[in-house]
Design a protein around this ligand. Structure first.
Ligand SMILES: Nc1ncnc2c1ncn2[C@@H]1O[C@H](COP(=O)(O)OP(=O)(O)OP(=O)(O)O)[C@@H](O)[C@H]1O
Ligand SMILES: [Mg+2]
Length: 280
């Protein structure tokens, strides 16, 4: 299985070199733990490798996400929207549930053949929009199975209640269905040197039974945020071994990919808007 670089500092080392392509990763964290930042860095790295990015946002407006991304050092984020390599789907939980049921299959058909990274941030409102657990499971399972056909998927989950208690029902279903589970935690007094980033379940990797733990300051990646609030960039890096988009990313992986293939046309579904448009 091919690995893709996560874009998150220290994570690739924890996951034997990166995230397995066409897998689904669940990132769990309490409010402000860094879920959206994590998701943004994951997409950024893909775009710099010549992949496409789909950011499904259920909480923050796309403009807000772009603004924060720029503050974190991703200055040319907007150019990827202009080039059509990054699209936002901006929806509420209920709207997106309906989108999954009625239009996701068509959306996936349009993106088939594209190497994309797909983010759902956060997935929690989608679960809340459905009452029955069985139905929640069906919906999340369908979402993950479909989206992984067009790329590597990352869903964030809000952690409510007691920190580190991962037995809450809205965490259990996606944790079981996802291939990898990453738990973001704050630094605290008993862990004074930075919040560990835990990868409790990297599927399909050696030692998967044992949770791995690392710190966001660990070496092993590039283009990542480090504790302290800034995103560090390194100089030109080697092109990705599995770069499938000719010309993507430009030298050193900077700038929007020049992808000659036709873009999927926009999808518009009851308030869910994408293809570069950023209105809810
Ligand atoms: N790796 C990091 N290094 C430094 N600062 C970070 C890092 N990740 C996130 N932050 C900062 O922490 C704050 C919260 O981050 P973010 O919005 O990503 O959290 P969140 O988990 O998505 O929050 P919410 O639950 O409100 O959606 C932001 O100000 C962001 O700049
Ligand atoms: Mg967030």
């Amino acid at each position: 299985m091919e690995k893709i670089r996560s874009g998150v500092y220290g994570l690739n080392a924890l996951m034997d070199g990166g995230i397995n392509e066409h897998t689904t990763t669940v990132v769990i964290g309490s409010p402000g733990a860094g879920k959206t930042t994590f998701a943004t860095q994951f997409l950024r790295r893909g775009l710099e490798e010549g992949e496409d990015a789909v950011f499904i946002t259920l909480d923050e407006a796309p403009q807000e996400i772009i603004k924060n991304a720029k503050l974190m050092g991703w200055e040319d984020a907007e150019s990827y929207i202009e080039s059509g390599n990054m699209v936002f789907v901006d929806a509420g939980g209920k709207q997106f549930s309906n989108f999954i049921r009625r239009e996701l299959a068509e959306f996936v058909r349009e993106w088939e053949g594209h190497a994309a990274r797909i983010v759902v941030d956060p997935l929690t409102p989608v679960l809340w929009s459905v009452k029955e657990k069985y139905e929640q499971r069906e919906l999340v399972s369908f979402l993950l199975r479909q989206t992984r056909r067009i790329g590597t998927v990352l869903c964030t989950l809000e952690e409510h209640g007691v920190v580190a208690d991962l037995s809450a029902p809205e965490l259990i279903i996606p944790m079981y269905l996802g291939d990898n589970v990453i738990h973001l935690r704050y630094a605290s007094h008993d862990r004074p040197r930075g919040g560990p980033l835990r990868a409790p379940r990297p599927r399909g990797q050696e030692g998967a039974a044992e949770p791995r733990e690392g710190r966001r300051g660990d070496p092993g990646d590039d283009g990542q945020a480090r504790p302290g609030g800034e995103v560090e960039r390194e100089g030109a890096r080697e092109p990705h071994a599995d770069r499938r988009h000719a010309g993507g990313g430009g030298p050193g992986g900077r700038g929007p990919a020049r992808d000659p293939r036709p873009r999927p046309r926009g999808v518009r579904a009851g308030g869910v808007t994408c293809a570069g448009s950023v209105t809810r």
